[in-house]
Design a protein around this ligand. Structure first.
Ligand SMILES: *Cc1c(COP(=O)(O)O)cnc(C)c1O
Length: 401
C-alpha cells in the first residue's frame, strides 16, 4: 500500500493539465445544474411518505424495505437475484470476492472507466489488467481482451460506458472458452438493453451504483449486485454482512456493506419511474443527435444491439485543444459541459507503478483528451438541451466565420 505524502505537490495526469485551468475558472452554471433538486420536486410527496413509513418501525437494516427493493430490482433487471449493497464500489468488490477472485489473480478491465472499477479489483488483492477499447462505443472488445488473457486471468470486468452496453455475446464466449467469470459494471446502465436483454442479467454477476446522480440514485450512497446464480447470491449476502450465515458465526472475513432500509424505500419509489426517466434521457439525446449532426464533433454511436440509456452524452472533439476551447466557450455561457473521464485509470497515481503508458491505449487515451460531455439528465428540459446545442453551433459558426 502506497503511503500518502502530503508534502509532495499534487501530480496531475498529463491529460488533465490543460483542462485543469479551464475547470478552475469560476462560472455561474445555468444549464446543467439542478438535476436532483428538480427530481425531488417531482417525487417529494412519495419519498416523504416512504421515509415516514420507515422511521417509526425501529428496523433500519436488513428489513422488509430492502427485501422488497431487492425483489423489484431483480425483476427489473430480468435477473433471478439482487443483493442491496452500500455503494457501487462495494458491489463491485463483493461480487469479485464472491466469484473467488483474490491475490495472484488477474482481472481484465478497460482503461477508461471510473476509478472504482479498478479499485474493486485491487481490494481483492488481484491485479487489474487494463485494455484499450472500441473506437466507436469506447467499450471493451473481444479481440483486445483475448490478447490479455494469461494463465492468471480469473475474470473479465466490462463497463457499459455512459449507458451503452458492451457487445456481450463474444465476451461471454471468450470467457467460457477460458473458464473465466464475467462481472458487468452496470453503474451507468440501469435499464439499458443488449439484444433486448437488460443489463444485470448478461454476465455471471453485475454491480450497480445508486450514487445520487446515476440513472437511479439513492439519497446518499447505495449499490446492488445482481446474478442468476443462487450460490453467488448466497455468497454475496454472506460477504455483505460480516461473513455470517448464522448470527454470530463468522466463517470468512466478511464486510459491512449493506444497503439500508431508508435508501431501499426511496429506491423503490424511484425504480417505478426509471423507464420513464430513461425515455426522457433518450429524447434529450435525440435533440443533440439531430442538432449537432453537421458539427465536427463525433456523436455517441448506438450499435444495433444496444438500447442506450445515456447516463451521459459524450461527444469527441477533433483535437484536445478544440475540446478545451469549446468547453471553455460553453462554461463562459453558463452551460455545464464537462469531461468524463479526463484521464485513463492506468495514468492515475494509484496505478502508475504498473508502468503503463498512454500509448498502450491509443483509443482510450485519445478520447480522454478529447471527450466533451453535454448536460443530460432526466430533469433537463428540452429547451435547455436545444440552447446547449445552439451554443455549440454558434461556436462553430464563429470558428468558420
Ligand atoms: C459510479 C460508478 C461506480 C461506483 O459507484 P459508487 O456508488 O460511487 O461507489 C463504479 N463504476 C462506475 C463506472 C461508476 O460510474
Amino acid at each position: 500500500m502506497t503511503k500518502i505524502d502530503l508534502n509532495q505537490p499534487l501530480a496531475l495526469p498529463d491529460s488533465m493539465r490543460a483542462l485543469a485551468s479551464i475547470l478552475a475558472s469560476d462560472h455561474e452554471i445555468t444549464i446543467g445544474e439542478g438535476h436532483l433538486e428538480r427530481q425531488y420536486a417531482e417525487i417529494a410527496d412519495e419519498v416523504q411518505g416512504a421515509v415516514a413509513a420507515v422511521l417509526p418501525t425501529g428496523k433500519y437494516t436488513l428489513g422488509p424495505n430492502l427485501k422488497r427493493f431487492e425483489q423489484e430490482f431483480a425483476a427489473y433487471c430480468e435477473a433471478r437475484h439482487s443483493i442491496g449493497i452500500s455503494s457501487g464500489t462495494a458491489a463491485l468488490h463483493l461480487a469479485l470476492e464472491a466469484l473467488g477472485v483474490g491475490p495472484g489473480d488477474e482481472v481484465i478491465t478497460v482503461a477508461n472507466t471510473y476509478i472504482a472499477t479498478a479499485l474493486a479489483i485491487s481490494y481483492t488483492g488481484a491485479t487489474p489488467v487494463f485494455v484499450d477499447v472500441d473506437p466507436q462505443t469506447f467499450n471493451m472488445t473481444v479481440e483486445l481482451t483475448a490478447a490479455k488473457i494469461t494463465k492468471r486471468t480469473r475474470a473479465l470486468l466490462p463497463v457499459h460506458l455512459y449507458g451503452h452496453v458492451v457487445d456481450m455475446d463474444p465476451l461471454m464466449a471468450l470467457a467460457k472458452q477460458h473458464g473465466l467469470a464475467v462481472l458487468e459494471d452496470a453503474s451507468h446502465a440501469h435499464g439499458a438493453r443488449y439484444k433486448g436483454r437488460r443489463t444485470g442479467s448478461l454476465g455471471h454477476m453485475a454491480a450497480f451504483s445508486f450514487y445520487p446522480g446515476k440513472n437511479i440514485g439513492a439519497y446518499g450512497d447505495g449499490g446492488a449486485i445482481t446474478t442468476n446464480d443462487p450460490d453467488l447470491d448466497e455468497k454475496a449476502r454472506v460477504l455483505r454482512y460480516v461473513g455470517q450465515r448464522l448470527k454470530f458465526v463468522h466463517e470468512v472475513i466478511g464486510f459491512q456493506d449493506r444497503l439500508d432500509e431508508l435508501q431501499a424505500a426511496i429506491l423503490s419509489v424511484k425504480l417505478k419511474r426509471l423507464d420513464e426517466w430513461n425515455d426522457r434521457r433518450r429524447a434529450l439525446a435525440a435533440i443533440y443527435d439531430e442538432m449537432l449532426a453537421e458539427t465536427p464533433l463525433q456523436l455517441p454511436h448506438v450499435a444495433d444491439y444496444a438500447y442506450h440509456v445515456y447516463y451521459s452524452y459524450a461527444t469527441i472533439a477533433p483535437t484536445e485543444a478544440e475540446r478545451n476551447r469549446l468547453l471553455a466557450f460553453l462554461l463562459e455561457r453558463g452551460i455545464g459541459g464537462y469531461a468524463m473521464y479526463p484521464a485513463i485509470v492506468p495514468m492515475q497515481g494509484a496505478y502508475l507503478h504498473m508502468g503503463y503508458k498512454e500509448s498502450d491505449f491509443p483509443v482510450a487515451s485519445g478520447y480522454a483528451r478529447r471527450v466533451l460531455n453535454l448536460p443530460l439528465f432526466e430533469t433537463l428540459r428540452p429547451d435547455e438541451a436545444r440552447r446547449t446545442a445552439e451554443a455549440i453551433l454558434a461556436y462553430y459558426d464563429r470558428a468558420a466565420g
